[in-house]
Design a protein around this ligand. Structure first.
Ligand code: BGC
Length: 354
């Protein structure tokens, strides 16, 4: 594994880049600033390697403005309505950074802090253990949260994220990874031709501020039915209230766990037809936010001069459902002292039609 300097964070801490590689030539570059996955090079059906995630060349660009490119998101990924929730009879107020709502941990979420990094190599592959202790009250959250996230690149072309956390006071926790993928490579065109299959019978309908309405909805007969392989763009222009509310796909899918909460199950299969690249997402989480890059608008200049236009990347963020602290019908996201938060997601890459 290689380590090099990526510069200095706004707080003065030195930041590094770690390059993970495997025998098949797959390469992941990760920085301990925000746990950001900077690049991910995987082969296409002709053995040609390209970078399949969006991002920037320099730390300064990430610090200046990033829509969570590649970032490790916490303490709570996704939205909490009006930045408020009640827990054990006490009301908490979080930072609001998305209109009136709290999004992805607040003004300075886990994507903007410097993590302690410890590289390792073992039988599974090579990787990095990232640790961050979030102080009591940070962004309004109760309790000191000790978070540990392990990134592993395996010999069989999977990138695995293992999340672990403990707390000294009850607090909501919902950690996720916010990479934007474009399997065509280098983020040079839109992602609408990617053919996706999602293992989800239901999704979470939202209001115009992207807050859940409270119930789950059957995907049957809606543009959210991806149970058979379907291009992302096939129905994205349909006149549908939910697509209007999300400005495209920006919704949580409820994963079919086959009655086994906590088991690793296949959530998504993605094929990019022109290159044959395939990505599978496996997770222990009950939900996955499918975001079709609706807010990319060509204003951000990315790696190697790429300009990220509308829908040039998509995210599949495995997580619990949005606004769970205010939604009694959703699986709980509350971690209590003495308990352990554990979650695992893996993205496996292969090719089809080689
Ligand atoms: C959210 C989007 C948001 C994007 C970037 C996604 O996880 O669902 O609404 O615009 O992150 O911030």
């Amino acid at each position: 594994m290689e380590r090099s300097s990526f510069g200095t964070a706004p707080g003065g801490q030195p930041v590094d880049v770690y390059t993970l590689t495997n025998r098949q030539g797959m390469e992941a570059r990760v920085t301990n600033y925000g746990g950001i996955l900077l690049s991910l090079r995987v082969p296409d059906r002709d053995g040609r390697f390209d970078d399949v995630v969006l991002g920037y060349d320099s730390l300064a660009d990430y610090v200046k403005e990033s829509p969570y490119f590649g970032a490790l998101v916490g303490r709570y990924g996704n939205r909490i309505a009006r930045g408020r929730f009640t827990l054990d009879g006490r009301q908490y107020t979080l930072a609001t950074n998305n209109g009136v709502n709290h999004l992805h941990g607040g003004l300075k979420g886990f994507d903007k802090v410097v993590w302690a990094a410890a590289p390792f190599e073992n039988d599974q592959g090579m990787g990095l253990v990232l640790t961050y202790v979030s102080p009591d009250g940070e962004e309004g959250y109760p309790g000191t949260l000790t978070a540990r996230v392990t990134y592993t690149l395996t010999a069989d072309n999977a990138l695995v994220f293992d999340y672990h956390a403990t707390t000294d006071k009850p607090t909501p926790v919902n950690l996720t990874q916010h990479s934007y993928f474009n399997l065509a490579g280098d983020g040079r065109r839109d992602i609408l031709g990617h053919v996706v299959t999602f293992n989800a019978d239901r999704f979470v309908p939202i209001d115009a501020t992207s807050i859940p309405l409270g119930m789950l909805r059957d995907v049957t007969g809606t543009p959210f039915d991806f149970r058979r392989p379907t291009a992302i763009g096939a129905r994205i222009q349909q006149d549908d209230e939910q697509l209007r509310n999300g400005i495209g796909y920006d919704h949580s899918l409820v994963l079919d766990k086959g009655g086994q909460p906590g088991a690793l199950t296949l959530a998504a299969h993605v094929l990019e037809p022109s290159t044959g690249r395939v990505m599978e997402v496996h997770t222990t989480e009950p939900g996955m936010q499918f975001y079709s890059g609706n807010f990319l608008d060509g204003s951000l200049k990315g790696k190697r001069g790429a300009v990220y236009h509308h829908r040039f990347g998509f995210a599949l963020e495995t997580q619990h459902l949005p606004d769970s602290p205010n939604q009694p019908a959703f699986p709980s996201t509350i971690l209590r002292p003495g308990e352990e938060y554990r979650s695992r997601t893996l993205y496996r890459f292969s090719v089809s039609g080689a």
